[in-house]
Design a protein around this ligand. Structure first.
Ligand code: ZN
Ligand code: ZN
Length: 347
């Protein structure tokens, strides 16, 4: 468990206000973290929330719970916060900070990534949730493939996919489901539209489940009917780039090194200018978190990190391909958590 005294001491703080939902959830286990805060003081940490959550917070929180509505808040803050008070720079609006300054006089000090540094390496329990989310997404992909046929609309495919996820235990969707087809596959993260699938189309599906608050993330691109040689060539290039980077995953590898491996494959095949985003990102309570895998990332991989490997090629008016796996960094290398097949598939 977190050593709160050490955390405060390391940053010369007397108290710390945690208000970023993912960090509130990480520290407390409270599943409505948007309506909660964690206050860390010399005597430990508490979860602060309001009367709507009296029962739920007591059931879920690992930390002692303090219930206080809008009227009681000034008193709570004044009582618990003083001296050098750390706050999360990314977790408060300017207006919220101004109000807090009035309620709890002290030296308010912005902090960056204090809790995030603990979240980067996942515990076995966290990995269990992510693994379960990835397995559910694999099942969802198998479920949706028969729906991918000429005449089907992107939006109906996306809804069927999300319905399956929710019916089978996903706590929501990890992010807005992307389903794009035909020339729309040139949009790396397009929203599903009314467009109807036709023969020769590529279809890209990017989606994730949520289990125990933890996300999964996977992309597959498949073909409908007779797909052109040009698009199939693009697919093979992306798959080769994806596998090149994936096979290199392991402790000690740097984000930009892995990005360069995939980028090099695509550059050699003439697709360099069309790989318009980074190779991947960390996944956990948030769909995008540390470490980064991109052209400039100096992040070093460590066992217990969960990342994506997702190169893509997007050519305007032609189409695009992305193949994304969810990957656990292990002591000896890596384990792929997304197990759906990724060889060329023409439906
Ligand atoms: Zn994705
Ligand atoms: Zn992703």
């Amino acid at each position: 468990m977190m050593d709160y005294g050490k955390l405060l001491g390391a940053h010369g703080l007397d108290a710390l206000l945690i208000s970023t939902p993912a960090n509130v959830r990480y520290l407390s286990g409270f599943t409505a973290p948007k309506d909660g805060q964690v206050i860390v003081g010399q005597s430990g940490a508490i979860l602060l929330t309001d009367g709507r959550y009296t029962v739920q917070a007591q059931q879920e929180s690992r930390l002692p719970v303090r219930i206080a509505g809008r009227e009681e808040r000034p008193q709570v803050y004044a009582g618990l916060l003083g001296g050098r008070i750390g706050f999360e720079a990314a977790g408060l609006t300017y207006a919220q900070l101004e109000t807090l300054r009035q309620q709890a006089p002290g030296e308010w000090v912005p902090t960056y990534g204090l809790i995030e540094q603990y979240r980067v390496r996942k515990s076995p329990e966290e990995i269990g949730h992510i693994r379960a989310a990835a397995q559910l997404a694999d099942r969802a992909l198998a479920h949706i493939l028969p729906f991918l046929k000429p005449g089907a609309r992107e939006i109906d495919i996306a809804l069927e996919l999300e319905f399956f996820l929710r019916k089978n235990g996903s706590e929501g969707v990890a992010f807005d489901t992307a389903v794009v087809s035909g020339p729309r596959t040139a949009m790396p993260h397009g929203s599903p539209s009314q467009r109807v699938l036709g023969p020769g189309d590529l279809v890209t599906l990017d989606f994730g489940a949520v289990i125990g608050g933890y996300c999964s993330d996977m992309t597959r691109t498949v073909g409908i009917g007779a797909v052109s040689q040009e698009l199939k060539r693009m697919y093979r290039a992306v798959l080769e780039a994806q596998e090149r980077a994936l096979e290199a995953v392991g402790p000690g590898r740097i984000g930009k090194e892995l990005d360069a491996l995939a980028r090099q494959v695509l550059e050699e095949k003439g697709y360099g200018p069309y790989f318009s985003h980074g190779l991947g990102h960390g996944v956990g309570l948030l769909i995008h978190e540390a470490p980064g895998l991109n052209k400039i990332s100096e992040d070093t991989l460590e066992p217990g990190m969960v990342i994506t490997i997702e190169p893509g090629v997007y050519i305007p008016d032609v189409g695009g391909v992305r193949i994304e796996d969810l990957v656990l960094v292990t002591e000896g290398g890596y384990e792929v958590l997304s197990q759906a097949p990724k060889g060329w598939l023409e439906l």
